[in-house]
Design a protein around this ligand. Sequence first.
Ligand code: ADP
Ligand code: MG
Length: 695
Amino acid sequence: MLPYDTPLSHISTIKKPVLSKLERLGILTVADMFAHFPHRYEDYSTIYPISSLSIDDKRTILGTIVSIDVERTWKKKMLLTEAIIEDASGRLRLIWFNQRFVAQTLKVGAVIRVSGKVTRDSQGLLMASPAFEQASRDATHTGRLIPVYPETAGLTSKFFRWQLATLFQKLTDIPDPVPEEILTRLHLPSLKQALAYIHFPKNEKQTLLARKRFAFDEMFFVQLKSLQVKALFETAQSNPIPFDENVLQNFLATLPFTLTDAQRKASLEILKDMSKTRPMNRLLNGDVGSGKTIVAALAAFIAAEQGFQAVILAPTEVLAKQHWSSLSSLFAHTEHQLALLTGSYRILDGETVTRPTLIKAIGAGIPEIVVGTHALLQDDVAFHNLALIVVDEQHRFGVAQRAKLQDASFGSKDGIKNKVPHFLTMTATPIPRTLTLAFFGNLDLSILDELPKHRKPIITKIVTTSAGRKKVSAFVESEIAKGRQAFIIFPLVEESLALKEVKAAVAEHKHLAETVFPHLAIGLLHGKMKPKEKEAVMHDFKEKKYDILVATAVVEVGIDIPNASVIIIEEAERFGLAQLHQFRGRVGRAEHQSYCFLFPHEETSAVNERLKVLEKTTSGFQIAEADLALRGPGAFFGTRQSGMPDIAMENLTNIKLIQIAREEAKLILSEDPKLIQHPRLKQALTKFEERIHFE
Ligand code: ADP
Ligand code: MG
């Protein structure tokens, strides 16, 4: 008998060259082999009479071989095997090229099943190179749902089908990581059963049941892991940062506005967390323009008031610079010092300094608030008494950087031994609830689903005619005459298109400046500009040196120009809804009525249907749900980035499955937090962790 974890090198039927091909796919053991799932099935499960066949059918037939011939064709190179098969309804020709084994295995009188595609030549219908096997045998290649495997590294579906069928025969019982009582409760097949269902299904129902089981496994592991991480945070020690209601009120009194209810609630949740001796681990999930910055600033302010340091991390230099300047004005009337550290900026208390100087100052605890990019995560940066980390758009940080963050968050080098800083992460765009549960199950949630009052909802229109475009141009001019400003966005964002992007951006800018708006000042912002150049353009736009800013997708996140009231998005259909919502959020950030015009390049009813969601609602959460339904979770997280297998990705929208998995995970951890009674589950979870990384 064959144990499930047997290395494939111990299997005599798998030869060296094949082994190395499998190795390239990461398939080293029998278990790995069974984890290589088919990506689709061809339905050969019904046996058809020969007389019913017509050209291009993919069918299975069953009959007796009545003749078989092997001949060398022209040039003597080609070996042609031709057989005739007969059933009660008629006869069919079968041919194979260069497959000597066919004549060796197939004899006159043999009763076989044949599956393949029906074609035609001058002599009539035939099947060329069909799969076949003895009718007395179990169906492997014919007469059933035939699994089709991703054919990579030169390994065919046929190879996988045959190997898996052979291995399965010899397999010992497979230790199932999921406890039996859970499987019984949820009516899920055992692991061995599910493997049989996915690799050798008798019908579609079995494949679905198998997929349900594997999707459950993934979600169950995700939830176990995230609950364990959560528990770990709950046992860790942090510096409690108490907050004084009066100090807070005094600070709020200096703001030019009052907080929204949502901001107030989120701030309170955050400050309460921070006052505890266990570290906060919270996600601030907020709509575009809902005012996340001030919430983060309040947290940083309270930390600084209590004599601690706070770090605010942004994914790009432009954003870091912007956070720094917003915070600089928010903190202008306080005694706290700010620093900015990115690849190209080193600013301490408003002055540009050298990197060593800044790092030394940070280490001495001089700036209480440090804003920066991943440049802050470099090894030479150490803090004096870091007690709060705020990360804007954590998912945009690379895997290694995220690991580092986690590391930094465990306080290894902040001078406060064994104290973990409080951790707040913010999204740039609202994440649907389903996804927060699936991906951020280890975090507490605060939601900003409300825009500041007096802000008028942005009016959005899809414009498809050239007359309409002309009207929009005239409208832009009238807004600018009123003192407002406008954005014009167009796509082309992929790295490989970088050069094209620059050309297109420059050309578009020239066209607009010379032909459409000859008397207006028009700025240009594109992805290939250096951070300082981008910064200069943004600065000039903010200072109203430009009426219009032409930009590629680089303005997507966070840029704050309250005076802008119009945004035009060219080729709008090329962007996802959540991204368009982000763009749209660049306007309507102050009291002015603002407008968003979508110019689709190619107009189809599907495009219109999708873009209409934006005309109908300004709720980022509703838009995110629609995007999720239309484009799947990939719209929010790249598959590869998350390390999630397809089956799991497909099920990220399956809120019921996720909830069930979470409940089961809670139940098992409440009785056995370290999974000591469940060694197989623990082992499977460790393997799973190697594949997936967590927020
Ligand atoms: P986002 O959540 O998209 O990061 P920001 O923090 O950049 O939003 O805030 C958007 C704009 O709204 C900023 O100009 C900010 O000063 C302003 N703002 C934030 N909170 C309020 C409020 N309660 N009332 C009025 N304006 C606010
Ligand atoms: Mg922001």
